[in-house]
Design a protein around this ligand. Structure first.
Ligand SMILES: [Zn+2]
Length: 278
């Protein structure tokens, strides 16, 4: 990859982030950067309840220059449960796609998102990402957020701490190389977190992101069923789980072409989270 290309992507990525917030806030906001900016709502172990952010409390942070990558990620508070939904004013929802990228399906999902100007989160596996780096570069170019979904998609609860760390770190390394920055979000395969996964994720500067509505598209229930599950589950704050890899995902590809315009017509803002740069 050309260094200047990476630089450009990184610039675009950063430029798309209007970091809002003030010192002492949770530092977790939605990326849209408009007055609808919402924040992630989830308990933080040992922390007082987070106060809802008033728009007046926001201030635009100047984007700073591009120093060398931080040697040490900003450590986060260790959560005891993952984030299940987003919160904020307005009808925000978030689409997430796991297990990819897969060149057979991911480009079609990206095409549909681009057609409607919508951003999403992709929780990628390292072993898929390393073979499809150009798709991570495209995600960066188009403003999507890439999260860490481990390298080989193991059940983390069967691994020891060293193995979990390896699964997470190797994936973040691939993402940094192909996407331009290390991920700030982590999703455990099968939604199976344990204490070590929460701790290691926090050490690596990643928040645990689960979901609200599971399309169970991996069971290939039919395009119409996937569409129904998304649309019947639609509500403010909902995080939708789908898959762009791990099997035949043509139903998932077809389904988003149906439900995405319906959600937009219903007044939902499909958005992605960004944490305030530290
Ligand atoms: Zn998965």
């Amino acid at each position: 990859m050309q260094k200047d290309q990476l630089f450009t992507r990184r610039r675009m990525l950063l430029a798309s982030v209007f970091a809002l917030g003030a010192a002492g806030t949770a530092g977790i906001v939605m990326a849209d950067g408009d007055e609808d900016a919402a924040r992630i709502a989830a308990p933080v172990a040992g922390a007082p309840a987070l106060q809802a952010l008033k728009p007046s409390a926001y201030r635009l942070q100047p984007l700073t220059g591009y120093g060398p990558p931080r040697a040490e990620p900003r450590k986060l508070k260790v959560r005891q449960e993952p984030i299940l939904q987003i919160s904020g004013r307005g009808r925000h929802m978030m689409l997430t796609f796991d297990d990819g990228p897969d060149p057979r399906y991911t480009p079609h999902i990206l095409d549909t998102l681009a057609e409607y100007g919508v951003r999403a989160m992709f929780f990628v596996c390292g072993e898929m990402a390393v073979a499809n780096k150009e798709l991570l570069a495209r995600m960066a170019d188009e403003g999507h957020v890439v999260g860490n979904h481990t390298y080989t998609h193991p059940l983390l609860t069967t691994l020891n701490r060293r193995e979990i760390r390896s699964e997470m770190e190797r994936t973040s390394d691939v993402i940094e190389d192909a996407y331009g920055e290390r991920p700030q979000w982590f999703r455990a395969p099968y939604g199976a977190w344990n204490r070590a996964a929460f701790q290691l994720g926090a050490d690596m500067g990643m928040e645990p992101m689960a979901w609200t509505v599971d399309t169970t598209d991996w069971e290939t229930p039919g395009t119409g069923t996937i569409v129904d599950r998304v649309e019947s589950g639609a509500a403010p704050g909902v995080v939708v789980l789908s898959h762009d890899a791990g099997g035949d995902r043509s139903q998932s590809v077809h389904a988003i072409r149906e439900y995405l315009p319906h959600l937009l017509d219903s007044g939902y803002h499909l958005t992605v989270p960004r944490r305030r740069p530290s």
